[in-house]
Design a protein around this ligand. Structure first.
Ligand SMILES: Cc1cc2nc3c(=O)[nH]c(=O)nc-3n(C[C@H](O)[C@H](O)[C@H](O)COP(=O)(O)OP(=O)(O)OC[C@H]3O[C@@H](n4cnc5c(N)ncnc54)[C@H](O)[C@@H]3O)c2cc1C
Length: 454
C-alpha cells in the first residue's frame, strides 16, 4: 500500500460505518479512511446524517438471513457468521451496563410454542408467519450506539466529513476520483458506495455515468397502521416484530417494521418528499402499536424507473395533505370515504402523529394496492392474530413506501462491481433492506479492503 492509498466511503449509514470500523479492526490504518456524508451529525431528516436512516431507526436487530435483504445471494454460507459479527458491532458499542439486558433478549422473541400458535392462526387466515430472531434495541439505545461509532472513528483518526455531498465518481489511474458538491476531488484506491435509499438519485446517475449495468429492485407501497397496543399484545409479546405475509390475488403483501408502544413519525427525502415511518421509545410507551402494510410491486418492461412510480404516490399524498401525512380511520377507508376531523374525534384511537391531517388515502394510492391491503387487513383481523383490527380502534397513515433501489447487475462475493476496487453495500444498492444486513454488507467490504491493503 502506498502512503496515499485511501479507502473512501460514500454514505455514513450503518453500511458505510460498519465498513470503516471493520477495516480498522482488521488492521487498515484509520488515518487513510475518509467517510463522506451529505447530512449533519444529528440530521433532522431522519434519513441522512451520521448514522444514516439507521441513527433514527427503531433499532430492531433482525438476525435472520431471510429478512432485511438478499446479502446471502452474494456471501453464501458466510451469512450466519456475519450476522453474529453485526450483533457484536452493536452490543460492543452499547453502554456496558446495558449490554446484559439486550443479550438476555436473544431468543426471547423466537419462542417456538408461540410461533407454532401464530403459524396455525395464520394458516386458518390464509397467511404466512415468518419467525424472526430479534433484539429490539429501541431508538434511544440505537442513538447511543451511533454516537459511540462516531467517537471510535474520530478518536482513531479516520476522516469523517459531514455535510459533504458527493456528486459523482470516475475511474482514475490507480483507483477512483470522487467529486464533491463544491467541486473538490478526492483520490481513492478503494471506493465504497453506500448511499442508502436517500442516495438513490446520486447512485442512478453515478452508475449511468460510469457505464455500469444496473437492475431495478421491486418497490413497496402501502400504509402505516396504528392501533391499540392491547390488540397486538399477544403477537408482540411473542415475536416483537410480527412478520406476516399474504398472497392475495397473486399479489404479495406483508407487515413490516412493527413498533409496539410506539409512535408514527415523518421522514423526509430529497425533493421535499415526506413519508411516514414508526419508532418505539421504550421509556415513553404510547399505548399504541404501529406497523406498515406493504404491497410489493415488481415493475419491469416497459417501465424503466419503478422508483418514480412510488414517488408519484408519495407526491400525490403530499399534495392531498398539503405537505403533511394523511390519516384515515379504518371505517372510512373501508367505506371508500375520506376522513374529516369529526371522524378522528370519534375514533377510539387518537393519532400519535399529531401533524397528520384527515384525508382519503385511496385518492393517492393505486386501486390494486388499496384492494390488496384491504383484503390483507381483513385477514389479519382473525382469531389468534389481530382480532378487532378492522374497527374504530384503527387508523391508517399515508404515504408509506419503500423504494429507491437500483443495484449493479454484477457484484462479486466481496460486493465488488465489475470495475476493480469499486464496492457497493447497504440499502441504496438494493443488496439489503435493514440495519443488520446493511451493516453486514459493510463488514464484508471493510474486511476485504483491509485484506487487499496488506
Ligand atoms: C424511521 C426508520 C426506522 C427504521 N427501523 C428499522 C429497524 O428497527 N430495524 C431495521 O433493521 N431497519 C430499520 N430501518 C431501516 C434501516 O435504518 C436501514 O435499513 C439502514 O439504515 C440502511 O443502512 P445504509 O447504510 O444502507 O443506508 P442509510 O442508513 O440510508 O445511510 C446512507 C447514508 O448515505 C448518505 N448519502 C446518500 N447520498 C449521499 C451522497 N451523494 N453523498 C454523501 N452522502 C450520501 C445519506 O445521507 C445517509 O446518511 C428503519 C428506517 C427508518 C427510516
Amino acid at each position: 500500500m502506498s502512503g496515499d492509498d485511501r479507502f473512501v466511503i460514500i454514505g455514513g449509514g450503518p453500511a458505510g460505518i460498519a465498513a470503516a470500523i471493520s477495516a480498522i479492526r482488521a488492521g487498515f490504518p484509520a488515518g487513510r479512511i475518509t467517510l463522506l456524508e451529505k447530512g449533519e451529525r444529528h440530521d433532522p431528516s431522519r434519513t441522512s446524517g451520521f448514522g444514516g436512516a439507521g441513527a433514527n431507526s427503531d433499532g430492531k436487530l433482525v438476525l435472520e438471513s431471510a429478512i432485511g435483504g438478499e446479502l446471502e445471494t452474494w456471501v453464501g454460507e458466510r451469512i450466519s457468521g456475519l450476522l453474529e459479527d453485526v450483533l457484536e458491532l452493536y452490543l460492543d458499542f452499547l453502554d456496558p451496563a446495558e449490554r446484559p439486558q439486550y443479550e438476555a433478549m436473544r431468543g426471547r422473541f423466537s419462542d417456538p410454542e408461540a410461533g407454532e400458535r401464530i403459524q396455525r392462526a395464520c394458516i386458518r387466515a390464509g397467511l404466512e408467519y415468518i419467525p424472526a430472531d430479534i433484539i429490539p434495541l429501541g431508538t434511544t439505545a440505537c442513538h447511543g450506539v451511533v454516537d459511540a461509532w462516531h467517537d471510535f472513528l474520530v478518536e482513531r483518526g479516520a476522516e469523517v466529513l459531514l455535510e459533504t455531498r458527493v456528486t459523482g465518481f470516475a475511474s482514475a489511474d490507480d483507483g477512483w476520483t470522487v467529486v464533491g458538491e463544491d467541486g473538490r476531488e478526492l483520490q481513492a484506491r478503494w471506493l465504497l458506495a453506500a448511499p442508502g435509499r436517500s442516495g438513490h438519485g446520486f447512485l442512478v446517475g453515478a452508475l449511468e455515468e460510469n457505464g455500469i449495468a444496473a437492475v431495478n429492485g421491486p418497490i413497496d407501497v402501502g400504509v402505516r397502521v396504528e392501533t391499540d397496543a392491547q390488540l397486538t399484545r399477544a403477537l408482540t409479546d411473542a415475536t416483537w416484530e410480527f412478520k406476516l405475509r399474504g398472497l392475495i390475488d397473486g399479489e404479495h403483501v406483508r407487515t413490516f417494521c412493527v413498533c409496539p408502544e410506539g409512535s408514527v413519525l415523518v421522514e423526509r427525502y430529497d425533493e421535499d418528499l415526506l413519508a411516514v415511518n414508526g419508532q418505539t421509545l421504550p421509556e415513553r410507551p404510547t399505548g399504541r402499536t404501529n406497523f406498515a402494510v406493504l404491497h410489493t410491486i415488481h415493475l419491469d418492461d416497459p417501465c424503466d424507473n419503478p422508483a418514480q412510480f412510488a414517488q408519484a404516490y408519495i407526491r400525490t399524498a403530499n399534495i392531498l395533505g398539503a405537505r403533511n401525512a394523511i390519516v384515515q380511520t379504518w371505517p372510512k377507508f373501508a367505506d371508500r370515504r375520506r376522513s374529516r376531523d369529526d371522524d378522528l374525534r370519534d375514533s377510539f384511537t387518537a393519532p400519535t402523529l399529531a401533524s397528520a391531517l384527515p384525508g382519503d388515502i385511496r385518492l393517492a394510492l393505486n386501486a390494486k394496492s388499496c384492494r390488496v391491503i384491504e383484503a390483507f387487513m381483513r385477514a389479519l383481523d382473525s382469531p389468534g392474530l389481530l382480532e378487532g383490527l378492522c374497527s374504530h380502534r384503527t387508523l391508517l397513515y399515508a404515504p408509506e413506501a419503500k423504494f429507491y433501489t437500483v443495484r449493479p447487475a454484477r457484484l462479486s462475493e466481496q460486493l465488488e462491481s465489475d470495475r476493480p476496487e469499486l464496492f457497493f453495500a447497504g440499502d441504496g444498492s438494493g443488496i439489503t433492506r435493514g440495519l443488520v444486513q446493511a451493516s453486514a454488507s459493510g463488514i464484508v467490504v471493510g474486511r476485504e479492503v483491509a485484506r487487499r491493503a496488506q
